[in-house]
Design a protein around this ligand. Structure first.
Ligand code: GLU
Length: 550
């Protein structure tokens, strides 16, 4: 046994498995040519972020477009940052947004797949096995520096304007002998295991990033930590071991990791692994006072995915919108394929924004209005009541008092070839529908100023006399038109426009008067349908109420 092997036994003597054991246990995947194996590796540190959802979507569509696999792996190596229920929030969140998971944590309490365990805290022995290999080859060593010692070195480096970190002459335990290590261990000194980096900061490495293209970076010369003093790996080491053994082909992750690529490439090489294709995604940005900045967990409510649920955005709308951020080609594809599932869209990582796409709430609303407009009334009522039950119980009570009435309300100008696009999120539905519900309705008697009060009154009185709740749309408007001449109004807008002095207004103005009297608004969906849903008694009550308020 040489000294390196003795060191490996000293540090990791309890490890009896070899790297070959794991290579066999986790075989290469038998997938068609070009299929990509991708993953997200979230840490259970809180609620599901928009950034994580976006990253999951980009990975999911990469797998979909290539007939590949999308899996989840939980990075719970930082126990201090972990929150109770963090996994549930993330996995349930993905499921709720329709991001299907092929492997890994497919449910908060269920792992699927032969590359298990998919939770890093349960893979300690695997990392230790590969760390042992590196130590036995003289590529890693124990470092006994205390936090205070490291802080003092950093201070000195800062003072002397030297790049901070554990490198070169500052890597004081680089050449520690087995005997020295043994003595320190006997004294009970804690230690970490560091990589003995063969790199030189002066050298450049070239990476062909799947999104950013050619990137040039300095070689890594830092003896960074592989295993912490509790035997748990750092992100860097776990990433290399896991993505290799889980046979990831493309590591698609946030671009905050781009500067760590030299470390990762070095690790893959020293471990004898083929590196995956790295693809670094720019964060979603926000416009703040004219300047672009990253969406912030502290400043922006939409950073937490829960916000969208609370506002009442349909999961499909959020995903459809994120698709437009993920690919500038998606909107054209969607126009050409309005009803195809998004899974059919051929996604190309190279088309992603390099600088970070802007989050645009107005665009989200437009996308969402379109999606809601395509839902039939049963779906709308089901989703709306589900939302209201959780976020607006008072409205829920109103909506569910007479569900067939509620369905009739939301069927107006829906379930037809050209549905209206006026609801983007369920928290707008209360205002949208308020005049249908006595608990929410406030009448308005603000009739158009250009029409005299006595004309308004005369029209409403005459209308009551001829009102027939069984009219078709044409008959309904026909009656208003028929009334127009005797009240001094033009039956046709054209006539009125051609000779304004001759008329008090047009039949269109009369229907506005009727609309205000019945709904309190100037703008609504089809008024004839509204009146049918409200019913004769309620319409007459409102019309008479309006007359007595003029
Ligand atoms: N836990 C890391 C993060 O959330 C994962 C990065 C990766 O995908 O490798 O940033």
């Amino acid at each position: 046994m040489n000294d390196f092997e003795r060191m490996a036994e000293l540090l990791l003597g309890h490890i009896d498995k070899t790297p070959e054991y794991y290579e066999n246990l986790y075989p290469t995947r038998d997938l068609p040519e070009g299929a990509r194996v991708v993953r997200i590796a979230p840490s259970p540190t809180g609620y599901l972020h928009l950034g994580t959802l976006f990253m999951a979507l980009v990975n999911r569509i990469t797998a979909d477009s290539t007939g590949g696999i999308f899996y989840t792996r939980i990075e719970d190596t930082d126990k201090k940052r972990e929150v109770e229920g963090g996994i549930d929030d993330i996995i349930n969140g993905l499921i709720r947004f329709g991001i299907s998971i092929d492997e890994g944590f497919v449910f908060p309490t269920e792992q699927k797949g032969i590359y298990a365990p998919y939770k890093q805290s349960r893979r300690a022995e695997i990392y230790q096995c590969f760390a042992k290999k590196l130590v036995s080859e003289g590529l890693a060593y124990p470092c006994f520096c205390t936090a205070e010692e490291l802080a003092a070195v950093r201070e000195e480096q800062e003072k002397n304007k030297i790049r901070t970190g554990y490198h070169g002459e500052y890597a004081v335990h680089r050449n520690i002998t087995v005997e020295q290590a043994e003595a320190l261990i006997k004294e009970g000194k804690p230690y970490v295991i560091r990589l003995k980096s063969p790199g030189n900061e002066e050298n450049r490495i070239f990476v062909d990033d799947g999104i950013k293209g050619k990137v040039e970076l300095p070689e890594n010369d830092e003896d960074f930590v592989l295993l912490k003093s509790d035997g748990i790996p750092t992100y860097h080491f776990a990433h290399a071991v896991d993505d290799h053994l889980m046979r990831t082909t493309h590591v698609i992750r946030g671009d905050e990791w781009l500067s760590s690529v030299p470390k990762h490439i070095q690790l893959f090489k020293l471990l004898g692994f083929k590196p995956p294709k790295f693809c670094h995604v720019a964060p979603i940005m926000k416009l703040d006072g004219g300047a672009k900045r990253k969406i912030s967990k502290r400043k922006d409510p939409e950073a937490a995915v829960h916000y969208f649920a609370e506002e009442g955005y349909d999961a499909k709308s959020v995903i459809e919108y994120l698709m437009t951020i993920a690919s500038s080609e998606f909107e054209d594809w969607r126009r050409a394929n309005p009803t195809e599932p998004r899974q059919k869209f051929k996604f190309n990582l190279k088309k992603m924004s390099v600088s970070g796409a802007l989050f645009d709430g107005d665009k989200l609303n437009d996308v969402s209005k379109n999606i809601v407009s395509m839902m039939n009334s049963d779906t709308v009522v089901e989703k709306l009541t589900d939302w209201a039950k959780e976020f607006d119980p008072e409205f829920y009570g109103i909506l569910t008092k007479d569900i067939s009435y509620t369905k009739a309300v939301f069927a107006i100008d829906r379930d037809c070839p050209k549905p209206r696009k006026d609801i983007a999120k369920w928290n707008e539905a209360k205002d949208y529908s308020s005049y249908f519900f006595s608990e929410l309705y406030t009448p308005s008697f603000e009739f158009p100023e250009n029409i005299a009060a006595e004309d308004v009154k005369a029209f409403l009185e005459k209308y009551i006399a001829i009102y027939n709740e069984n009219d078709t749309k044409e008959e309904w408007f026909g009656r208003i038109k028929a009334l127009a001449p005797e009240l001094g109004f033009a039956a046709e807008t054209k006539e009125y426009k051609a000779n304004k002095e001759a008329y008090k207004g047009s039949a269109g103005d009369l229907s506005t008067i009727l609309r205000i009297a019945v709904t309190g608004r100037r703008n609504t969906p089809d008024l004839c349908s509204i009146m049918q849903v409200l019913g004769r008694d309620e319409c007459l009550r409102r019309l008479n109420d309006a007359i007595s308020n003029i």
